[in-house]
Write a protein that binds this ligand. Structure first.
Ligand SMILES: NC(=O)c1ccc[n+]([C@@H]2O[C@H](COP(=O)([O-])OP(=O)(O)OC[C@H]3O[C@@H](n4cnc5c(N)ncnc54)[C@H](OP(=O)(O)O)[C@@H]3O)[C@@H](O)[C@H]2O)c1
Length: 326
């Protein structure tokens, strides 16, 4: 029998996840909760959900909902994830999991106390491309790892978007720089020891609209990234080693088949990694974790470590100084 899902927040990414639930095996969208009942009803009709609620509380009180997808703005992730876990639901919470590392710890503690699974919805990590990239790096094929470089940016002119909201903890670093931080930490397989960030804050929005970050790792690895929401979009990643490098043209939204190149000694080969819709893969992963059949692809320590790094970068950019990480 399929697992029953409920979505809180009937916004943009919720529509993507609702579509992905149809592709995922063993998942069914049962209910949607919105601040507006009319909006919930329209969403439910569009996506074939049987139940629509005019509040998030009502959805959490529905005893038939097993998994909650938290698709709310960043500032509301902790509050509603904790409430969902206390209602006995497994939670797939959108990225970034919280807005501080302390919040992230409290969220995982709440899930642990309730005996439910919490996972951050870093869908790109669930595509097998990421595991394959780390495998190649750890095989030594490109020599010793030296520099990880990544980019994620887009142009967004609508200043009413949640990404331009300081109270909701928008900003380029929280929205897309978080992918670059996650990518760097995953490929380096370590926590950085120092973070340096530089940002341009919007005059009206007061959020970082352009962000450039540098991370230093203990074993001589450097990571650098740029993230932006107010310039022409560009997304890719490069992994450079002492003997070769890997170029990843589609790091964040790979589809049914990901493709990247590995260059060693002047010879370039192409790798193709079969996968699937990464949103469906994250749904299948959390369901497998909840039924004791898998480990979470994005686990507690990874999510908390990402938040620690993100917050150090933001502190660095606001304080114009580098920040040492424990
Ligand atoms: N993994 C990905 O690929 C991906 C992509 C995009 C976004 N995200 C993440 O998903 C989350 C939501 O992003 P989104 O693009 O879907 O945003 P969105 O379209 O603005 O939707 C957010 C929803 O949150 C609810 N909400 C509750 N309080 C709100 C408030 N004060 N202001 C605005 N909305 C409020 C609203 O739903 P109701 O009105 O129905 O209550 C709204 O539709 C963010 O954390 C973002 O980082 C992830």
């Amino acid at each position: 029998m399929a697992h029953n899902w409920g979505i809180i927040g009937a916004g943009g990414i919720a529509r993507t996840l609702a579509a992905a639930l149809k592709e995922a095996s063993g998942a069914e969208l049962l209910a949607v909760g919105s601040r507006s009942l009319d909006k919930a009803k329209a969403f439910a009709a569009d996506h074939g959900a049987a139940r629509a609620y005019g509040s998030y509380e009502e959805l959490l009180a529905d005893g038939d909902v097993e998994f909650v997808y938290n698709a709310l703005p960043n500032a509301l992730h902790a509050e509603w994830t904790i409430k969902a876990t206390q209602a006995g639901k497994h939670v797939l919470c959108e990225k970034p999991i919280s807005v501080t590392p302390d919040e992230a710890e409290a969220m995982f503690d709440a899930a642990g106390a309730a005996g439910v699974v919490l996972m951050e919805a870093f869908m790109y990590r669930c595509h097998p491309q990421m595991a394959r990239l780390r495998e190649i790096v750890q095989s030594g094929e490109i020599g010793d790892l030296r520099v990880i470089r990544s980019r994620f940016s887009y142009g967004l002119s609508d200043l009413t978007n949640v990404r331009y909201s300081a109270p909701l903890h928008g900003g380029a670093l929280m929205d897309v720089g978080c992918y670059c931080v996650s990518f760097s930490r995953f490929i380096a397989a370590a926590d950085p020891v120092e973070a340096y960030g530089a940002a341009v804050f919007g005059e009206q929005s007061h959020v970082d609209e352009s962000f450039v970050g540098t991370l230093t790792y203990a074993d001589g690895v450097l990571a650098q990234f740029d993230a932006g929401m107010s310039f022409a979009g560009m997304s890719n990643a490069d992994i450079m080693g002492s003997k070769g490098h890997i170029a990843v043209p589609v790091p964040w939204k790979p589809g049914d088949e990901a493709c990247f190149t590995v260059t060693v000694g002047g010879e370039t080969r192409e790798e193709r990694v079969p996968g699937a819709n990464p949103f469906s893969l994250e749904v299948e992963n959390i369901q497998a974790v909840a039924t004791g059949q898998a480990e979470p692809i994005v686990g507690r320590e990874e999510s908390i470590g990402n938040m620690r790094t993100i917050c150090a970068l933001l502190d660095s950019a606001t304080g114009h100084r580098s920040i040492s990480l424990p």
